[in-house]
Design a protein around this ligand. Structure first.
Ligand code: PEP
Length: 254
């Protein structure tokens, strides 16, 4: 039998918390998760918080992720940050393709197809976000959208590295809205994403971790995390409070 997939809870801070606020947060989080076992914990923080968070979280269960990167290692790309810049800071991974970056900053599937292999090559764990809009769901287009995003975004990742990518299924209508997907919607979409990975490599489909994201809170985490194909959560708003985030981590404990 294949080894079980370790659950992962990742907090996406978005553009919240100055360095001093981040310091205060991590000092509150570390004691709350110190006795947790069997759950991978990540905080995905603004660039300006990375160094302080890496230093403060060193030796703990909490890994520090960035929220974006450029695919080139260096170059004339004002305002951008590269994978080697992140890995030299001991950053563990990076969120890529979040719907806010796709919608507000024009991040394309073509760019993601370059960014994901660049992250892997630099030793960063990518969390690839995919998901449909409300109109796409209502129009019966959810599977088409997921097939398109998974197909395009992972095109540069060889089969043997597919399971090194964490995928976050985040229905856009559930992000920051308080409108969580019902368990059946989350399970069906995530099982579909796993089947898409399985179309390339059945072995990778067994191993790849697929998170649910969209209005996860301490109150609904247990039900979502118990779904058979859900391997964890990408948490936005509720991750900004160390106590709420720690409760969600606790709900993921096997
Ligand atoms: C997110 O930003 O990835 C997210 C899921 O946000 P929220 O939990 O606030 O819906």
């Amino acid at each position: 039998m294949a080894a079980p997939r370790a659950p992962m809870i990742a907090g996406n801070w978005k553009m919240y918390k100055t360095e001093s606020q981040a310091e205060e947060y991590i000092q509150g989080l570390l004691p709350r998760v110190s006795s947790v076992s069997g759950v991978d914990i990540a905080v995905c923080v603004p660039f300006t918080d990375l160094r302080a968070m890496v230093d403060s979280a060193r030796g703990s269960r909490v890994e520090v992720y960035a929220q974006n990167m450029h695919h080139e290692p260096e170059g004339p790309f004002t305002g951008e940050v590269s994978a080697p810049m992140l890995s030299e800071l001991d950053v563990s991974g990076v969120v890529l393709g979040h719907s806010e970056r796709r919608e507000l900053f024009g991040e394309t599937d073509r760019a993601l197809a370059l960014k994901i292999p660049a992250a892997l090559a630099a030793g960063l764990a990518p969390i690839l976000c995919v998901g449909e809009t409300e109109a796409e769901r209502d129009g019966g287009d959810t599977e088409r959208k997921l097939r398109h995003q998974i197909g395009e975004d992972l095109t540069g990742v060889p089969d043997e590295r597919l399971a090194d990518v964490v995928i976050a299924y985040e229905p856009i209508w559930a992000i920051g809205t308080g409108r969580v997907a019902i368990p059946e919607q989350a399970q069906d979409a995530i099982a579909f994403v796993r089947a898409l990975v399985g179309g390339r490599s059945p072995e990778a489909a067994e191993r790849v971790r697929i998170l649910y994201g969209g209005s996860v809170k301490p109150e609904n985490a247990g039900e979502l995390l118990a779904l058979p194909d859900v391997d964890g959560a990408l948490v936005g708003g509720a991750s900004l409070d160390a106590g709420s985030f720690a409760e969600i981590v606790a709900a993921a404990q096997p």
